[in-house]
Design a protein. Sequence first.
Length: 88
Amino acid sequence: MSIDPRVALQSLTSALEEHLASASARRGAGDPAVEAAFFAVADAFEVYEDALYEAYGEVTPLEVIEDDSDEDDDEDVDDEEDLEILQD
């Protein structure tokens, strides 16, 4: 079942508006309302992107960035170990 891209766009717009409202009323760095709104935007964007592609074969120039901070930390350690081996 496909979703009309216009409906998906309206959901994305609503999610963005909710994110703005949550961010402007933030109650600290780890405010769960802001975090929930953040993920709602990401989810709504993916639905819109899929609907747009399915209906028209088009995509946006945007992408949802996954949090790969743990992987990046592991890569940095490997690079540092490699440097130590080269310096010895």
